[in-house]
Write a protein that binds this ligand. Structure first.
Ligand code: GLN
Length: 471
């Protein structure tokens, strides 16, 4: 907690810090242990977790990074949060994010800019930037994020931590503020694969409050991780690895490409067979993702109307209440004076709503939404084919390392292009693990690069085993 207090003024990972409450919970835990009631404490007793602020929490605000939910206090915990608490974990605060998860830098938060702990002039990535920076700066042990198109994996890569995007349906979405419901998953951050595996086992599993959550058994992922004497064995013997050709070409930083190639050689030294594999539909994923995600968002965000939720601008006419409340609450202009930079808080959310409404409108539906759904099927099938031949597919988690704050805020297309490595995985609903694998030049000590490992549905255990050995 004292580390959190010391680092928070420069990192700004948290929208809300509950350090005093965390301290009280920890003291209560100490008392219980001292009185011999050890059995009464759960497996995560005393573990500090950070929770992305688009996950509902009862005793803390939950804003989704948006002014429109300023002051909102949910009446229930998201299932993932409830399960962590039942296991004894202490929620130490709510982490910063791009408004409702839309963005790749966390600059799209209505409240503050989070900095990258490796270099405070750079972004932590996004949209779960606060959850990634909090673990990277060791402000908490593990954290929860959400990943609709890369929001766990890209910030994990930028901040040099482990990030897991589970299979669609592996973790309940109950209490996660919906962005694009067919793509959204709750994901986990840790500073090691072991920590990440530990919380996945706690949060995963069927939930009657989310009909899309899977009833597949949840393994004890951490206990399945094997420690081997790497010097004397080839622990990955028999593992077939496909390195996705399309992810190492034009537009990808050379330093990132060489880190990924080094990682591939490392996997080979550990006994696996690595081959190049082509996914011809790979580049189609990005436009399809932005059409589908925006379409779903335009529908999901209609609930923020100033009446059912959110701060209300009063007016005489109902339509005016809706219009003014949304105009005022979504994509609000903010001055980031702490950073002595000024820019309009880009109306990312409003732009998405407009794009999505357009793509769904009667005249354009076939040309955009339907076509994007067809591309989604192609993407799914090409992954399926490749994963019949390979146990895992690897790629960078992002085309570059962390870039400067402000660099892309006024160029949304450049920002969207940075999601090329991750969005296909959401379209296909697959699990993917990001582990730090190298550094490129930048900042005072270099900037981390993450390796993305993609597997078949519900193969989280395998990804974590490989990631653990690789680590
Ligand atoms: N950057 C992507 C977007 O803005 C992904 C965000 C996410 O996964 N929540 O849509």
């Amino acid at each position: 907690l004292s580390r959190l207090r010391r680092t928070e003024p420069s990192v700004r990972s948290f929208i809300h810090v509950a350090d005093a409450a965390a301290e009280r919970e920890a003291e209560e835990l100490d008392r219980r242990i001292a009185s011999g009631k050890k059995d009464a404490v759960g497996p995560l007793a005393g573990v500090l977790v950070g929770v992305k602020d688009n996950l509902c929490t009862t005793n803390m605000p939950s804003t989704g990074g948006s002014r429109i939910l300023d002051g909102y206090r949910p009446a229930y915990d998201a299932t993932a949060v409830r399960r962590l608490r039942e296991a004894g974990a202490i929620v130490v605060g709510k982490t910063n994010l791009d408004e409702f998860g839309m963005g790749s830098t966390t600059e799209g938060s209505a409240f503050q800019v989070t900095t990258n702990p490796w270099d405070d002039s750079r972004v932590p990535g996004g949209s779960s930037g606060g959850s990634a920076s909090a673990v990277s700066a060791r402000q908490c042990v593990v954290s929860l994020g959400s990943d609709t198109g890369g929001s766990v994996r890209q910030p994990a890569s930028f901040c040099g931590v482990v990030g897991l995007k589970p299979t669609y349906g592996r973790v309940s979405r109950f209490g996660l503020m919906a962005y694009a419901s067919s793509l959204d998953v709750v994901g986990c951050f840790g500073s090691s694969v072991f920590d990440t595996a530990t919380i996945l086992s706690v949060v995963a599993g069927h939930d009657k409050m989310d009909s899309t959550s899977s009833s597949q058994d949840v393994p004890d992922y951490a206990s399945e991780l094997v420690s081997l004497d790497l010097l004397e064995s080839k622990p990955l013997n028999g593992l077939r690895v496909g390195i996705i050709q399309e992810t190492l070409g034009e537009g990808v930083d050379t330093g990132v490409v060489s880190s990924i190639k080094d990682a591939a050689s490392h996997l080979e030294r550990l006994g696996s067979v690595v081959e190049e594999v082509s996914l011809p539909s790979f580049s189609l994923g990005l436009p399809a993702y932005y059409i589908l995600a925006s379409s779903e968002a335009s529908s999901n965000l209609s609930r923020y109307d100033g009446i059912r939720y959110g701060s209300q601008v009063s007016a005489d006419d109902l339509n005016e209440i809706y219009g003014e409340s949304r105009a005022n609450g979504l994509g609000h202009e903010v001055q980031y004076s702490q950073l002595s930079i000024y820019y309009d808080h880009a109306p990312l959310v409003k732009m998405r709503i407009l794009m999505g409404t357009y793509a769904l409108s009667a005249g354009y539906y076939d040309a955009y939404y339907k076509r994007a759904q067809q591309v989604r099927t192609l993407v799914k099938e090409s992954f399926k084919g490749a994963l019949e031949r390979y146990d895992i597919l690897i790629s960078p988690a992002a085309p570059s390392a962390a870039y400067k704050i402000g660099e892309k805020i006024n160029d949304p297309l450049a920002m969207y292009a940075g999601d090329i490595m991750t969005v296909n995985v959401n379209l296909a609903g697959l699990p993917a693990l990001v582990v730090p694998c190298g550094f490129v030049e930048g900042g005072a000590v270099g900037l981390p690069v993450g390796l993305q490992m993609i597997g078949s549905p519900f193969s989280e255990g395998n990804l974590l085993r490989v990631g653990h050995i690789f680590e």
